[in-house]
Design a protein. Structure first.
Length: 477
């Protein structure tokens, strides 16, 4: 009889192969399986020693067994290498399969097994963002403002605002540079980054407090500036080391105090105690994180990154702080909205990197990648601005000015994420100086009209820089 299950020699090799391919068995080492021919098809076929022609049934069985490795081969020599690696000797090939040598058997297997080139598995996105962490970081940027909400009735914030602004601007600029240097040191080792964070945060808090004390002339407001600077230094340590949840726990007294304000007056003592408790909790959390970093064994001492590498990041922090301060003079709530949006902004920075890598894989020419990467840039930036649009419309300041400032900050951060530091620092510094001159010299309503124009020009320059630099494949490899 002949049919799909026929085992007659001569003419049914393809049917047998199809059956075996549909139910592959684990690979075996042939030199450990001398009874392969006897066990084929339940023992109904026995190998024939000494036959002159190839043993077609044994070759079909071998083809079925090695189909997964033979299918992707593009030349019989690849099959020969597979057979050799599988332990087939010349004597075994002649005796069991009836072929004169390794290459003859490899050619027979190559002809029997159809070509099959399985698609490689899609690589995991290395830039897939942690959504919860990004949103939490945006919240943590804004939560410290609750301290001013609690302590506001106890002192004249408007009178002492310049002192706190000076301390905040210095801390912001210093924190940007310190964060960059700490991340560079993390490449060397966690202990080295911890040492950098400890020395840098203490020095930054002292510098911010000292500069704030000049316009303050001493007094209680200097103590407030010192507390603000200490908090910003400790919070920066926790954020760089990825301890966002620890920082959130430290700020829980502020959250609890602000939550009860609409229904209950906490009194002077609690209005002072809750911010101090949050400050001490943040300092303790930072000390704990630093202690864990010092517990890690020191890595092999390597070359230290140059200090000048972090300078443009500090200058960008200085320019960004000035621009945000000028926006806050028109409406403080605009600054809160912008601060909260930093979480989604960070999420979109990760998304841009992941989508750009996908665009690089899908592009066949540099021009095609330029178009795709420009589209990804437009998508991410417009998504960020659309997310911020409702908050911008609810503020008293010009919505267009807030959106343009947000575009400046996001595009500059994007370029910095790819190591392009000096162009965004120079553009943002120029915009900050121009905005400061306009705010100082132009009579109302000049600042309200000219500041958006300054931010718009900076946004256009940064977007052109991003398209030029990031539209090439090399930064994404």
């Amino acid at each position: 009889m002949s049919g799909p299950m026929s085992l007659e020699p001569g003419g049914t090799e393809q049917d047998t192969l199809a059956i075996r391919l549909s139910a592959p068995r684990p690979r075996r080492r042939h030199h450990d399986d001398p009874t392969l021919a006897i066990r084929l098809s339940g023992g109904l076929f026995s190998g024939r020693r000494g036959r002159k022609g190839p043993d077609e049934e044994a070759v079909s069985a071998l083809a079925a067994e090695l189909a997964e490795g033979v299918g992707p081969a593009v030349h019989p020599y690849e099959v020969a290498a597979l057979l050799e690696a599988d332990g087939l000797s010349a004597a075994l090939i002649k005796e069991r399969y009836g072929h004169p040598d390794l290459f003859s058997l490899a050619a027979a297997l190559y002809e029997r097994v159809p070509r099959a080139f399985p698609e490689p598995a899609a690589p995991a996105d290395p830039w897939r963002p942690d959504t919860v962490r990004c949103l939490l970081r945006g919240l943590l940027f804004a939560l410290p403002a609750l301290a001013y909400l609690l302590t506001g009735p106890l002192w004249r914030i408007d009178r002492h605002a310049p002192v706190l602004i000076v301390a905040g601007v210095v801390s912001w600029a210093w924190g940007q540079a310190l964060g960059h240097r700490a991340h560079l040191r993390l490449v060397t080792g966690r202990r080295e980054a911890t040492r950098t964070l400890l020395a840098g945060s203490a020095l930054g808090a002292a510098l911010a407090t000292g500069l704030a004390a000049i316009p303050a002339g001493g007094g209680p407001v200097t103590a407030v500036a010192a507390a603000q600077s200490l908090y910003l230094g400790a919070a920066g340590v926790l954020l760089v080391l990825g301890r966002e949840r620890l920082l959130l726990a430290a700020l829980s007294p502020l959250i609890a105090g602000a939550a009860v304000l609409p229904w209950w007056e906490p009194g002077t003592l609690l209005r002072l105690a809750l911010p101090l408790l949050a400050l001490f909790g943040t300092l303790a959390a930072a000390a704990r994180a630093l202690g864990a970093g010092f517990a890690v064994p020191a890595a092999a001492e390597g070359p230290r990154p140059l200090l000048r590498l972090s300078v443009p990041y500090g200058l960008f922090g200085l320019a960004a702080a000035v621009l945000v301060m000028l926006e806050g003079r028109q409406d403080p709530y605009a600054v809160i909205a912008l601060t909260l949006s930093m979480g989604p902004a960070e999420w979109l920075l990760y998304r841009y990197r992941g989508w750009s890598v996908a665009a690089l894989r899908a592009s066949a020419t540099p021009r095609a990648f330029l178009l795709r990467s420009s589209g990804v840039l437009a998508l991410c930036l417009s998504g960020y601005l659309l997310l911020l649009l409702p908050a911008a419309l609810l503020t008293d300041s010009d919505a267009a000015g807030l959106l343009l400032l947000a575009a400046v900050l996001w595009t500059a951060l994007l370029l910095q994420a790819f190591g392009v530091a000096w162009p965004p620092a120079a553009i943002c510094l120029t915009a900050a100086v121009a905005a400061g001159v306009v705010a100082r010299l132009a009579p109302p309503p000049g600042p309200a009209l000219l500041l958006p124009a300054v931010c718009g020009a900076a946004a256009v320059c940064l977007a052109a820089c991003a398209v030029t630099v990031l539209g090439r494949p090399s930064p994404h490899v």
